[in-house]
Design a protein around this ligand. Structure first.
Ligand SMILES: NC(=O)c1ccc[n+]([C@@H]2O[C@H](COP(=O)([O-])OP(=O)(O)OC[C@H]3O[C@@H](n4cnc5c(N)ncnc54)[C@H](O)[C@@H]3O)[C@@H](O)[C@H]2O)c1
Length: 439
């Protein structure tokens, strides 16, 4: 492709996740894509990213987003802001004639979801939601087994996801801890898992019931005896030796992206996980009934001693079981770090993965999966970026590319679960938003 015909990308929301997109566009995919601008409410963070780029790009204040799209002749907008603002930027990008690629969750409420679906219908532009977990080779193998019919029709799914006290704790230090920003973990985190099940079953949620609470973190968690007396870790002597304290000054990227950027907007990245103000849950049980009749029992725990998941499918011809241990324990030295960042590696992070097909009346068969990586969600991120950015790829037999309706289905499962938590009864997804018109 001649360099002049590369698609022109602008990024809004230049925090830590943004780095993945910036590296892909200016690195592996620079022959087909060009980064032309960044926007954020905070100017220090895009400036930090610019220092790492061989060719820095213009930085705009987020208030000038539409002006940026026009002036920089943007083709595609990458949305990686705090979740609650995704719908605003996706809709504005579509209305300006751009395509949009948004981080998950697509947005955090029904109004935002409707805004995106309406904007897409109105403009005919393309929306992609970055459900990277679909691209994990293990998850692709699950999709292949189920689609092959080897375990027959799926009757039910049992899915448990554990976030350890290092990674899970991180949602309680910053903006995610406020449900208005993130939709809570049922939207922000479980949305990945709900999307996987929708995709694996090729189905969508019909009715959702949830029970959950804030049990371990926040003020409620103080009774468990771990809480120290400080509001944020930086500069607090009482945070010394606290395995829940995030030490930003010790880690160059954290220091540059957050600590040194605080003057701009007062974004505090290292709050005490037991400090007041947490409005999200850390322990959630969800029952979902899907439109074609299957059910799922799901549990998300954000304070586990190890990190990983188990998902099982009960089928009319057998059972499929996936078990993944991403980290078998958190060592005290690594506890304060954030998953996947330098210094956070635990010696125990060796990983265990097993995918078993258990047919009726026959011994189990292990499905051997190649291509797994220890980085970027099992190698999923790199594969997803290639699918999103490189044009003309052959049609994907696994249908991994997620659009706005997929984003809505995953979101609505979480929103129905949140509604069920509030009401104490089962919620019909259709009562929140009817997706029929958007198929
Ligand atoms: N798929 C994944 O595995 C994965 C992993 C991490 C993060 N994410 C997603 O990426 C997004 C960003 O997460 P992060 O960890 O980088 O967060 P972050 O806090 O590091 O970055 C968010 C950025 O958005 C900016 N911002 C806040 N309000 C804004 C507004 N109104 N307009 C423009 N910019 C605004 C902030 O200043 C910040 O630079 C989230 O939606 C998150 O769910 C996805």
């Amino acid at each position: 492709m001649p360099l002049s015909s590369r698609r022109r990308y602008a990024l809004v929301g230049a925090g830590s996740r943004a780095g993945m997109f910036l590296r892909a566009i200016t690195g592996d995919h620079a022959d087909v894509a060009e980064l032309v601008a960044m926007a954020d409410t905070n100017q220090a963070r895009p400036a930090a990213h610019n220092r790492r780029l061989a060719e820095p790009v213009p930085v705009y204040d987020a208030a000038d987003f539409t002006e940026m799209l026009k002036r920089e002749r943007v083709d595609v907008v990458l949305v990686a802001t705090v979740d609650r603002y995704h719908d605003h930027y996706v809709a504005a990008a579509l209305d300006a004639g751009c395509d949009a690629i948004t981080e998950k969750p697509m947005t955090v409420d029904v109004a935002g979801c409707r805004r995106i679906l309406d904007a897409q219908r109105r403009t005919g532009r393309d929306v992609r939601v970055t459900f990277n977990y679909r691209y994990n080779p293990l998850h692709e193998a699950v999709k292949r087994v189920i689609s092959s019919g080897e375990i027959g029709e799926i009757g039910s799914v049992h899915f448990e996801w554990l976030l350890d006290v290092r990674h899970g704790a991180d949602y309680f230090r910053r903006w995610h801890r406020d449900k208005a920003n993130s939709g809570g973990l049922l939207v922000h985190k479980a949305g990945h898992h709900f999307d996987l099940v929708n995709w694996w079953l090729d189905d969508g949620p019909e009715q959702v019931f949830a029970a959950g609470r804030l049990f371990f973190y926040g003020e409620q968690g103080r009774r468990h005896g771990y809480a120290r007396d400080y509001d944020r870790a930086h500069g607090a002597a009482t945070a010394d030796g606290d395995p829940f304290a995030l030490r930003m000054a010790d880690e160059p990227t954290m220091r540059e992206l957050y600590l040194e950027a605080e003057g701009d907007d007062g974004y505090i990245r290292d709050r005490n996980v037991f400090a007041p103000g947490v409005t999200i849950e850390d322990d959630m049980a969800v029952l979902v009934r899907y439109t074609r009749g299957a059910s799922m029992s799901y549990h998300l725990t954000a304070y586990a001693p190890w990190e990983g998941y188990r998902v099982m499918f009960n089928g009319s011809r057998g059972r499929l079981e996936l078990e993944v241990v991403e980290s078998d324990h958190v060592s005290p030295g690594a506890a304060a770090g954030v998953k996947g960042e330098p210094g956070a590696e635990s010696a125990a992070e060796k990983g265990f993965k097993r995918l078993l097909v258990r047919p009726f009346w026959a011994p189990p068969r292990e499905v051997v999966v190649d291509g797994l990586s220890r980085h970027g969600h099992g190698g999923a991120d790199v594969r997803m970026l290639a699918d999103l950015i490189r044009p003309g790829a052959p049609k994907d037999p696994l249908g991994r590319t997620a659009g706005a309706v997929d984003g809505a289905r995953a979101l609505l499962t979480g929103l129905a679960a949140n509604e069920s938590l509030a009401q104490g009864q089962a919620v019909r997804v259709q009562d929140l938003l009817d997706l029929e018109d958007n198929e």
